[in-house]
Design a protein around this ligand. Structure first.
Ligand code: PGA
Length: 251
């Protein structure tokens, strides 16, 4: 079974409106022939601007976070219905920066996944270990437990819609990439867990990305691994040239 590669750009709190327009003016004309699925995730305030420009292209839109409730007294939050209305296709859930700086927990990650799916948004669910955990040798147990908690009460039909991103925290924004073999080891273990807890069919369908200092120089090696289906990219997704180089790794 072949899974379509997915390259998602997580802009984090970068690229204002002018920069978003400049990025898209330069990036979009080149994307017509890309075979990988391409997603950009600008900050909330630029989602409508980006949605307007990517209309009619193959590029898809993602948000970086959402609340799990439909509406209500949640100052500063954005609901899944609001994202769908833009329209967003994807939403990043449980990024390590949300977990670290905004106290995002496994149970809220699980609630957000279910809520996103109810609204027809495809979740990109992030998991990954810290440097201390990597050095202690607890990476595998930690990551697999994050996956298990994220998937609490999720059916195999729902799971088919979910994308995972394995992002070792020590590799994010540091220039230190996990070796392709290390990334494959963890991602392969996630896929095996899904096969065991669900079934082989869904395990072969779910896309699992690697994230953490992915650059044009290392994308090919990462994508050469059997279970790595794409990349969640921060820094190298901010400029059209480097992001295009990543998206066209197969060409
Ligand atoms: P990076 O970020 O590519 O800048 O390391 C990846 C991410 O946080 O998704």
């Amino acid at each position: 079974m072949s899974r379509r590669p997915l390259i998602a750009g997580n802009w984090k709190m970068n690229n204002n409106k002018r920069e978003t327009l400049d990025f898209l003016a330069s990036f979009l004309p080149k994307t017509e022939k890309l075979t990988a699925e391409v997603v950009i995730c600008p900050p909330f305030t630029n989602l409508y601007t980006a949605a307007d420009k990517i209309k009619g292209t193959a590029v898809k839109l993602g948000a970086q976070n959402m609340h799990w409730e439909e509406e209500g007294a949640f100052t500063g939050e954005v609901s899944p219905g609001m994202l769908k209305e833009i329209p967003c296709d994807y939403v990043i859930i449980g990024h390590s920066e949300r977990r670290q700086y905004f106290a995002e927990m496994d149970d809220t990650v699980n609630k957000k996944i279910k809520s996103a799916l109810r609204y027809g948004l495809l979740p990109i669910v992030c998991v990954g270990e810290s440097l201390v955990q990597r050095e202690e040798g607890t990476t595998m147990a930690w990551v697999l437990s994050q996956v298990e908690k994220a998937l609490k009460d999720i059916t195999s039909e729902q799971l088919e819609q979910i994308v995972f991103a394995y992002e070792p925290i020590w590799a994010i924004g540091t220039g230190k990439t996990a070796s392709a073999a290390d990334a494959q080891e963890v991602i392969g273990a996630i896929r095996k867990k899904i096969a065991k807890d669900y079934n082989q069919d869904v395990a072969e369908k779910v896309r699992i990305l690697y994230g953490g200092s992915v650059k044009p120089e290392n994308i090919k090696e990462l994508m050469g691994e059997a279970d790595i289906d794409g990349a969640l990219v921060g820094g190298a997704s901010l400029k059209p040239d480097s992001f295009y180089a990543l998206c066209s790794f197969q060409h």
